[in-house]
Ligand binder design. Structure first.
Ligand code: HEC
Ligand code: HEC
Ligand code: HEC
Ligand code: HEC
Length: 216
């Protein structure tokens, strides 16, 4: 049905690759979430126009309900201190994993919680995947009045050659597609394995709990 209902099989994939990936992630200086360019994040209001069901499922998820609230948790102060951060709610060191950073009209706007693009990758910008991923090669120009039904009908007529080219273009543009299970799971781990030694040393929770968690 929706992203979160269909996420049910993910914990198993994640558990299977967590051991292989965690050491790699820890040795990197800037992990994927920190490398997301806020100028390329369009924000979930844009996604909602076409993906209302996924938005509704997301609203019920921990990524919306709990991720930001963690920054008010009593332990947050200790973790902030470990990274020399004065305010967890404005510092990229915390908000890259507990929020979604977006540059809008020159201002940095930090949305609360992990939004669509925290998982699927920043969508905007000239080479962004936003327009590519819903262009099925039939020449339709998407406007305010284009409906999802029209787009799905287009998708039904897409040639397999175009489909392959579209998938490749989306991958290149940084999309974590639901069709690319390894890449999307690797992105989960970029947050959940917490590749920051100072944070982990200060007691910040990491992947061990995540491996056994049920994703409903
Ligand atoms: C103009 C409408 C439109 C907008 C805006 C839009 N999408 Fe889509 N999206 C589609 C269509 C059409 C599909 C293909 C239908 C499907 O796979 O269910 C799709 C498919 C997807 C898929 C699955 C495709 C795959 O190959 O894995 C994801 C994930 C996705 N969109 C995420 C997003 C996110 C995140 C945003 C906001 C940044 C967004 N979409 C904005 C129309 C749109
Ligand atoms: C690499 C991503 C990442 C970074 C960076 C990060 N967090 Fe977290 N944080 C998480 C994840 C994922 C969880 C949930 C872990 C779980 O429940 O298994 C979490 C959980 C927490 C919790 C839950 C409290 C607890 O002890 O159970 C607090 C508080 C918290 N983070 C605060 C912070 C603060 C403050 C910062 C910045 C100094 C920060 N985090 C930076 C990913 C991150
Ligand atoms: C915590 C990470 C995460 C967040 C946040 C997230 N998604 Fe997803 N999404 C996934 C995963 C994982 C899948 C693949 C599920 C599967 O195929 O089993 C997925 C699948 C999808 C699909 C394809 C659904 C289908 O049935 O094929 C769309 C569309 C989508 N997401 C849109 C969104 C939108 C819009 C948002 C924001 C409102 C969002 N996602 C937020 C992880 C996420
Ligand atoms: C941008 C960082 C980020 C990404 C990417 C991310 N998560 Fe999370 N996730 C969090 C934070 C922060 C929380 C809130 C922790 C809490 O529940 O206290 C969380 C919560 C969860 C929870 C609920 C844990 C609980 O104890 O309630 C599950 C399950 C989960 N994430 C699975 C996933 C999966 C699966 C993916 C990839 C499809 C993913 N996450 C991607 C940061 C992230």
């Amino acid at each position: 049905m929706t992203s979160f209902a269909s996420c049910a099989r993910f914990p198993m994939i994640v558990a299977a690759i967590v051991v292989a990936l965690a050491p790699v992630a820890i040795s990197q200086t800037g992990f994927a979430q920190e490398r997301i360019d806020p100028a390329k994040v369009v924000g979930r209001a844009t996604c909602k126009k076409c993906h209302a069901a996924e938005q509704a499922a997301w609203e019920r998820s921990s990524h919306n309900l709990k991720a930001w609230k963690n920054l008010e948790h009593p332990n947050a102060k200790d973790f902030a201190k470990a990274l020399d951060v004065a305010d967890p709610k404005t510092a990229a060191a915390c908000t890259s994993c507990h929020g979604t950073r977006r540059r809008h009209e020159g201002q940095l706007v930090i949305a609360q919680g992990n939004s669509c693009e925290s998982c699927h990758g920043a969508a905007g910008g000239e080479q962004g995947w936003l327009n590519i991923h819903s262009d099925f090669g039939l020449g339709r120009k998407v406007t305010e009045t284009t409906t999802m039904a029209e787009l799905l009908a287009d998708r039904g007529q897409e040639s397999s050659g175009h489909r392959d080219a579209r998938d490749a273009a989306c991958d290149k543009a940084g999309m974590n597609r639901s069709g690319n299970a390894f890449r999307i799971a690797r992105n989960c781990l970029q947050c959940h394995s917490v590749p920051n030694e100072k944070l982990v040393a200060a007691g910040h929770p990491m992947s061990t709990r995540f491996e056994f968690v049920e994703w409903a």
